[in-house]
Design a protein around this ligand. Structure first.
Ligand code: SF4
Length: 401
C-alpha cells in the first residue's frame, strides 16, 4: 500500500497491521507522521488538557543479579557501592513527595537476592499504615518474576500477596524490547523473556491492577522489532484493557557495557507518532522528557503524546547512563501551557485531581532531581537484620553492622 493510502487508512481510524505500521515508520515524511498522530491524539482527547503526575521515582536497591548490558545503575552483590534503602529513608522521601503535592511513589529496584518477599510486604504495610491514602506504583514485571523465583511461588501468588500488603499498580519497566532475540543480546532474557513479561502483566490485570507499558528503543533492535514489541502490547491490551499508558524512551548508552550512541530526536518523535497510530487501544502516551529533555518533551505533544509524565522529584537509573534533565511542576506546566494546552494534575489512573499545586500554595522549587542517597552514605538499615540474606557477602555485611 502506498504511504498516501496508509495515511488515509490512519486518518479514518482503521487499525494498521504490523507491516503497515513499519512502512509508515520507515517511509512516511516526519511532518505527515506527526500530523496523523496529532489527529489521533485529538480524537482521543478532544479537550485541550495535557496531564502530568507528581510522584517520585525511588529505587529501593541498586544491587542486582540480572546484569543487563544496557544498565549503568546496578551494582553486583557484595559491591561497596551497593545499597538498600531503609524504611525510614523511604518514609522521608514520601514526606518530601507529599510536601510537593505528590501522592505516589514509583518504586523499582535491582533484583537483590538478599531481599525476600517478606521485606516488600513489610515495607508496603508500613507505608500504608503511616500514609493510608498514598499510592504504591511498584515493582516492574521482572521484579515480580524475580520475587516468584526467590519465594518459590507463582506469579499470581506474589501479586496477591503484594496487593494484600498495599501494592496499587505496576509500572511497565523491564520491557525493553519484547522480542527474545533482542533480550538475549541485551542480557535481559533470563530476567524475563517476552512471554514472561506479558504473562506477569496479564496476571496483574486479571487481579484488577492497572499497569503502564514501556519500550526502551535504540539499542540493538531493528525497526521491525520495535513494531513487534508494540504488537505484543496491543494484543494484551485487546485481551485485558489493563494498560493505562505507553511510554517510549531511548536507550541511554553512557557508562553501560553495551555502549553505542543515543537515538536522535527525530527518531524519538517518529517512534512516538507511530506508537500513537499503531497502539489504537492505548488511551495515553507519555512524553519522555527525562530522556529527551524539556524541548523535545514539549514537541512530543504535537507527535501523539497527551501526557507530560511525572514531575519525578528523584531519578537514579537514567542519570547513571548520562541523562540528567530536571523539570519541576512549574517547568512542566510552563511547557504544557506554552504549547497551547491546559495543564491538569492526575493520578496513575489518569483521573484528573486538579490544576497545578504551585498555584494553590507555595511549593519549593526543584532545580535538580534528587538521588537515592547522598554520596558516601553507606549505612545498612537496621531492619535488614530481620530478613535472611542468601549471599555470603550480605550475610557478612549484616552481621558486621
Ligand atoms: S535494568 Fe534492572 S534488572 Fe537490569 S541490571 Fe539494571 S537494575 Fe538490574
Amino acid at each position: 500500500m502506498s504511504i498516501e493510502a496508509l495515511a488515509e487508512k490512519a486518518r479514518a481510524g482503521a487499525r494498521l497491521n504490523e507491516a503497515e505500521a513499519l512502512e509508515m515508520y520507515l517511509s512516511a515524511p516526519t511532518p505527515l507522521l506527526g500530523q496523523l498522530a496529532d489527529q489521533q491524539r485529538w480524537k482521543r482527547h478532544p479537550d485541550r488538557a495535557v496531564t502530568y503526575i507528581i510522584d517520585r521515582n525511588v529505587n529501593y536497591t541498586n544491587v542486582c543479579v540480572a546484569r543487563c548490558s544496557f544498565c549503568a545503575f546496578y551494582r553486583p552483590v557484595g559491591s561497596p557501592e551497593g545499597y538498600v534503602l531503609g524504611f525510614d529513608e523511604i518514609f522521608a522521601k514520601i514526606d518530601e513527595t507529599i510536601a510537593l503535592g505528590g501522592g505516589q511513589l514509583l518504586l523499582q529496584g535491582g533484583h537483590n537476592p538478599d531481599l525476600p518477599l517478606e521485606w516488600y510486604e513489610d515495607l508496603f504495610r508500613a507505608v500504608k499504615s503511616r500514609y493510608p491514602a498514598f499510592r504504591l506504583h511498584a515493582l516492574s514485571p521482572p521484579e515480580v518474576l524475580h520475587l516468584s523465583r526467590l519465594a518459590q511461588t507463582t506469579v499470581p501468588d506474589v501479586v496477591r500477596r503484594l496487593v494484600a500488603a498495599g501494592l496499587d499498580s505496576i509500572p511497565g519497566g523491564g520491557a525493553e524490547i519484547l522480542v527474545d532475540r533482542v533480550r538475549k543480546l541485551l542480557h535481559c532474557y533470563s530476567k524475563a523473556s517476552a512471554d514472561e513479561w506479558i504473562d506477569v502483566m496479564r496476571h496483574a490485570h486479571r487481579a484488577g491492577l492497572r499497569t503502564t507499558a514501556t519500550m526502551m528503543y535504540g539499542s540493538v533492535e531493528t525497526p521491525a522489532e520495535r513494531i513487534e514489541h508494540m504488537g505484543r502490547l496491543r494484543a494484551l491490551q485487546d485481551e485485558t484493557a489493563g494498560f493505562t499508558a505507553f511510554i517510549a524512551w531511548s536507550y541511554q548508552p553512557e557508562h553501560t557495557l553495551l555502549q553505542g550512541v543515543e537515538a536522535t530526536a527525530v527518531e524519538y518523535l517518529r517512534t512516538l507518532a507511530t506508537a500513537r497510530l499503531f497502539l489504537d487501544n492505548f488511551p495515553n502516551l507519555q512524553a519522555s522528557w527525562v530522556t529527551q529533555g524539556a524541548k523535545v518533551g514539549q514537541l512530543s505533544l504535537a507527535y501523539g503524546a497527551n501526557d507530560m509524565g511525572s514531575v519525578m522529584i528523584e531519578e537514579n537509573v537514567v542519570r547513571a547512563a548520562g541523562a540528567a534533565y530536571c523539570m519541576d511542576e512549574i517547568e512542566i506546566v510552563r511547557n504544557i501551557e506554552d504549547a497551547g494546552f491546559e495543564a491538569r494534575r492526575r493520578n496513575m489512573h489518569y483521573d484528573v485531581l486538579g490544576g497545578p499545586v504551585f498555584r494553590e500554595r507555595q511549593v519549593p522549587r526543584l532545580l535538580e532531581l534528587a538521588v537515592a542517597r547522598a554520596d558516601g552514605h553507606r549505612s545498612v538499615p537496621a531492619e535488614l537484620i530481620n530478613y535472611p540474606a542468601r549471599s555470603r557477602a550480605e550475610r557478612d555485611r549484616r552481621t558486621r553492622t
